[in-house]
Design a protein around this ligand. Structure first.
Ligand code: MOS
Length: 728
């Protein structure tokens, strides 16, 4: 049984509101949690196959130029060495971008970034391969590289079709009662997922099977097929567990193709695990940004002009440019508006989507500018935001599908104790620490992506869900089980969830905060179909069917599901985005509040308290949802205070290419966080009435900290991260 559903008009009601099983939304523990904490959940690098060989990538030791010679003889005789792949015409020049259906350009003919993979050394053991990879002698021809982003800002060229103009911002700025006109900068960043990229490739005849650590298996399969010149039907990717992605695993990485090429040449399975350094050097990063914000307001604190122009860097031929004004375009009112992106060509690894591409760094600037405007106007920052919530989209005039922004601001402020804040900067000194409070709005676009799932009700009363959806640590296994259990009236442990295998129906994958709602809807639709079939079996209307505790009830009849079903009952459902995606502005919203302490002599910043209040439609599992927001807020601390991937300006290498030097917030940097969700239903989003939350928590979080720092000590830093040298 196949079901196809297009989200063309808002849904009137959701079955999840009528089933009353008390499973959906509950803060249940992750069903795969015990496997993970006991080390039994197998990640890509942990799979072993008989006769498996080990590959280690060799990265270019120059930042720009070409390889003159790779002296394979220098390592051939070393113990255990099986082969050196130097014929790299199949290698990816760049990692792939997220939703691409084709592989990036292939063939490493020139060196375009430091660490670009130029060879794969394959040996009997990992140690032997690593040893030989280190010993491999390569000669290069150096060329002049473009490594210093700041020095190249003047060479920026407009990104095609990125410019949007409405009214006259310059005029609005001139006639404003108060205005803000300033530039914010954010550094290059790395996704820094805990699990490094790893691929194990083996061939079954003409078919390629790859265990890989990826976020979006259905497009990854197309990319890998394209790279290898295969029919997608002949490529299978498995990713049962993924240790974080944050964008860097949206598209295939260099290790996948290298492993596949070597496995084919060698006729043996080949596993390639990237080192932490290689992950930094040769997987997608976030570009630095320079963001020019202009806000104009009248005497009542109503915005009359909003301009947000962004400069980012990328490799030649790439047009991805951090969409930093994504939320700025719909968040606040103002009749005159201007947005645009420009790109600077850099010889640095591909810049692409990373942790809320757009909002994560765009809102650092926008929400900082709003804080400055509030001060100029002498209006409370919460009030300024509330005053500028537009009725409809300020440009397209489309309605919002659901938006509890004002409620999040109010409730967030109340819970945090915002009214006790002293608005004058540097008002509170506790010992040697200046104490301050700041806030920012959270907003992140919501999307629905085509997604399929198969649900099978077994004669033994268990249900099986199969989809190539991934769980990248977000809780997919659990929420899909909750949706199926709720709709089929089964206990959660009677539902088996099989994910991460392209042999299953193709799903949205995990990215852009669209995974739960998209994959979840396909499971919902398949279960809905099964309910109809069961109702027919009982000779009644589906509206009268009650499924509960493994029993099917219709009027006075009640039968165990297991007796009702003689053979497996199966439904495959596909959801596709439709008209509601175009007819409504869809986004999750929230409010961040932060308390910081800034050391009066050293400038050290400690985040003391952080609270996030969010609304994102129905929350499918309160615990995993809160954890997602915790993660986002922790990354908010990172963007505000610590993360800064530094490229050497002379040679192009990344200076801090590991987790010791690239500073992600650790436990000591993170205070007790609080997250609260407000009740909301979004009928235009999907039949679950749920919106995405994965990236909502980071969007705006860092700005709340920056604003709190200003409130604490009176120093306004627009150059992220706010390290102590910038405060003293
Ligand atoms: Mo996300 S940057 O779409 O993993």
């Amino acid at each position: 049984m196949d079901v196809n559903f297009k989200m063309d008009k808002p849904v009137e009601r959701s079955l999840l509101d009528t089933t009353n099983q008390n499973i959906i939304s509950r803060p249940l523990d992750r069903i795969e949690g015990p496997l993970k904490v006991s080390g039994r959940a197998k990640y890509s690098a942990e799979f072993k196959l008989p006769n498996m060989a080990h590959g280690v990538l060799v990265g270019a030791a120059i930042g720009k130029g070409r390889v003159k010679e790779i002296d394979v003889k220098s390592v051939e005789a070393l113990p255990g060495v099986l082969m050196v792949v130097t014929d790299t015409e199949k290698f990816l020049r760049n990692p792939a971008q997220g939703m691409d259906t084709e592989a990036p350009k292939q063939g490493v003919t020139s060196i375009d970034y430091f660490g670009q993979p130029i060879a794969l050394v394959v040996a009997e053991t990992f140690e032997a391969a690593r040893n030989a990879a280190n010993a491999l002698s390569v000669t290069y021809e150096d060329a002049e590289g473009r490594f210093d982003f700041d020095a190249r800002i003047d060479t920026a060229k407009p990104k095609k079709d990125s410019e949007k103009n409405q009214g006259d911002v310059d005029d609005a700025m001139r006639s404003a009662h108060a205005n803000v006109d300033a530039k914010w900068t954010t550094p290059s960043q790395s996704s820094a997922a805990m699990e490094p990229h790893a691929s194990l490739a083996h061939w079954e005849g003409q078919k390629l099977v790859l265990y890989g650590s990826y976020q979006m298996l259905s497009s990854n399969r197309l990319q890998l097929a394209d790279a290898m010149g295969l029919d997608p039907e002949d490529v299978r990717i498995l990713a049962h567990y993924v240790g974080g992605g944050f964008g860097a695993k949206l598209g295939i990485g260099p290790e996948s193709v290298a492993a596949a090429v070597a496995a084919k040449d060698l006729g043996r399975p080949v596993r390639v695990v990237m080192t932490r350094q290689q992950v930094f050097e040769a997987t997608v990063r976030r570009s630095n940004t320079v963001q020019h914000l202009q806000l104009a307001a009248d005497a009542e604190g109503r915005l009359t002009g909003v301009s947000h122009e962004t400069i980012t860097g990328n490799l030649e031929g790439e047009d991805f440019s951090e969409p930093a004004s994504a939320a700025t375009q719909f968040l606040y009112s103002g009749a005159n508006r201007r947005f645009g992106n420009e790109i600077v060509l850099m010889d640095q690894v591909l810049a692409g989507s990373m942790r809320a591409p757009g909002e994560a760094v765009g809102m650092l600037a926008l929400e900082g500018a709003m804080d400055e405007l509030a001060e100029l106007l002498d209006v409370d920052p919460v009030e300024l935001r509330k005053r500028n919530i537009p009725e409809r989209h300020p440009t397209s005039d489309l309605p919002f599908s659901s938006r509890s922004l004002a409620e999040c601001l109010e409730i967030g402020a109340r819970d945090f104790g915002w009214s006790k804040r002293k608005s004058a900067p540097a008002s509170t000194l506790e010992g040697e620490w200046w104490i301050g409070h700041g806030m920012a709005t959270a907003a992140r676009s919501n999307m629905l992506i085509k997604s399929s799932a198969r649900v099978t009700l077994q004669p033994d009363g268990r249900a099986l869900v199969e989809t190539d959806m991934t769980d990248i640590g977000t809780g997919t296994y659990t929420i899909l089980a909750q949706i199926a259990a709720e709709l089929l009236g089964l206990p959660i442990d009677a539902v088996d969830i099989h994910l991460g295998d392209t042999n299953f129906p193709p799903a949205s994958g995990s990215g852009g905060s669209f995974g739960a709602a998209s994959a979840g809807t396909s499971v919902y639709l398949a279960c809905e179909k099964l309910r109809q079939t069961i109702a027919e079996k009982l000779g009644g209307e589906v509206e009268d069917l009650v499924l509960s505790d493994g029993m099917a009830r219709m009027g006075n009849t009640s039968e165990p599901l297991s007796e009702l079903i003689a053979e497996p009952l199966e439904a495959t459902a596909t959801v596709e985005p439709g008209e509601t995606g175009k007819a409504f502005v869809q986004a999750g919203f929230g409010a961040h509040f932060a308390e910081v302490a800034v050391h009066a002599h050293t400038g050290e910043v400690r985040v003391r308290r952080m609270e996030g209040t969010f609304a994102a439609g129905r929350i499918l599992n309160e615990k995993t949802a809160i954890s997602q927001c915790f993660g986002g807020m922790v990354f908010g601390i990172g963007t505000a205070l610590t993360e800064d991937m530094m490229h050497d300006h002379r040679y192009g290498h990344i200076v801090n290419r590991d987790l010791a030097e690239y500073h992600l917030p650790v436990n000591a940097d993170v205070p007790q966080l609080k997250v609260k969700f407000l009740e909301e239903r979004d009928h235009a989003a999907n039949p679950l009435l749920a919106k995405g939350i994965g990236e909502l928590g980071i969007s705006g979080a860092g700005a709340a900290i920056a604003n709190a720092i200003y409130n604490a000590c009176g120093v306004r830093v627009r150059d992220y991260p706010i390290t102590l040298d910038k405060l003293i």
